[in-house]
Design a protein around this ligand. Structure first.
Ligand SMILES: NC(=O)c1ccc[n+]([C@@H]2O[C@H](COP(=O)([O-])OP(=O)(O)OC[C@H]3O[C@@H](n4cnc5c(N)ncnc54)[C@H](OP(=O)(O)O)[C@@H]3O)[C@@H](O)[C@H]2O)c1
Length: 259
């Protein structure tokens, strides 16, 4: 059992077996909160995240979760309740970070209904109904943060992202409506829209095609692409009480991409 403090806050971060989710879990844990990190295909990635958090003196547990299978959410909720009790002696979470996702371009002319549905299930339907499933576990005064994408904004409209960005846009819009509906419980709901960030997104595209990085970096104000910690710090802020007066917002975190 992890060490427990009476006012320990615990945050669920989906898709934390790599990239932005791992960076977010590390930043949140560094602020004294416990983290439940989820993984889909790569348990070893989640284990590494847990080890990094614990190595820094934090508390973390990993659970499997496939966002495309909303029928599994009741079982995930039960498993979450179990680890909250066994690891922290807790029965509530402070926040949910809906971060998990997958990417990769597909031109409009090549798009298939199956590919479109896959984007929909993981990037929009999944986080929407996971939030509904976990809502009873989120404390009043808690927070929800959704990872959207800079591709929902003008200035980052690259060919091949109509399906992906449509779902991310839907998530940002749902964020605003949930902020209104959940305000009665003082639960804040915001989204973060990262620009190009060095992760495993797109089947590890940045490692397979490193030649694209310079072009993307040149479009930012600071001449580099984002790192997971750049985004993790923004999400950690939105989870923390330092952002208590922010709700219903979509925060661009791009290093000035396309300015
Ligand atoms: N990197 C960027 O440039 C960028 C820009 C804008 C927005 N984003 C968004 O940032 C979020 C995090 O992505 P990332 O860039 O950090 O990529 P990443 O390194 O590939 O991480 C994606 C995470 O999502 C999980 N995941 C994938 N499919 C899943 C599913 N069906 N069910 C549950 N979990 C699933 C992965 O788990 P496993 O590896 O265990 O399968 C992994 O933990 C995504 O929502 C992405 O769309 C990224």
């Amino acid at each position: 059992m992890n060490e427990q403090t009476p006012d320990q806050k615990i945050v669920v971060v989906t898709g934390a077996s790599s990239g932005i989710g791992r960076g977010t879990a590390i930043e949140i844990a560094a602020r004294g909160m416990g983290v439940v990190v989820t993984y889909n295909a790569r348990p070893e990635g989640a284990e590494r995240t847990v080890e990094e958090v614990r190595g820094n003196g934090g508390t973390a547990v990993a659970l499997p979760l496939d966002l495309s299978r909303s029928g599994s959410f009741p079982d995930f909720t039960k498993a979450l309740s179990g680890v909250l009790r066994s690891e922290w002696g807790a029965d509530r979470i402070h926040a949910l970070v809906n971060n998990a996702g997958f990417g990769g371009g597909m031109s409009f002319e090549e798009m298939t209904e199956d590919a479109f549905d896959a984007y929909y299930r993981v990037l929009l339907r999944g986080p929407y109904f996971l939030t509904q499933a976990l809502l009873p576990l989120i404390t009043d005064g808690g927070a929800i943060v959704n990872t959207s994408s800079s591709s929902v904004r003008a200035g980052d409209t690259e060919p091949g992202y109509s399906g992906y960005a449509a779902m991310k846009g839907g998530l940002a819009v749902a964020t605003r409506f949930l902020a209104k509906e959940l305000s009665g419980r003082s639960i804040r709901v915001n989204s973060v829209s990262p620009g190009p960030t060095r992760t495993r997104l797109g089947d590890n595209a940045f490692e397979r095609f490193p030649e694209v990085i310079d072009g993307l970096a040149a479009k930012t104000a600071f001449g580099r692409i984002g790192e997971p910690a750049d985004i993790g710090k923004v999400i950690a802020f939105l989870v923390s009480d330092d952002s208590a007066w922010i709700t219903g917002e979509d925060i661009l975190a791009t290093g000035g991409y396309g300015l």
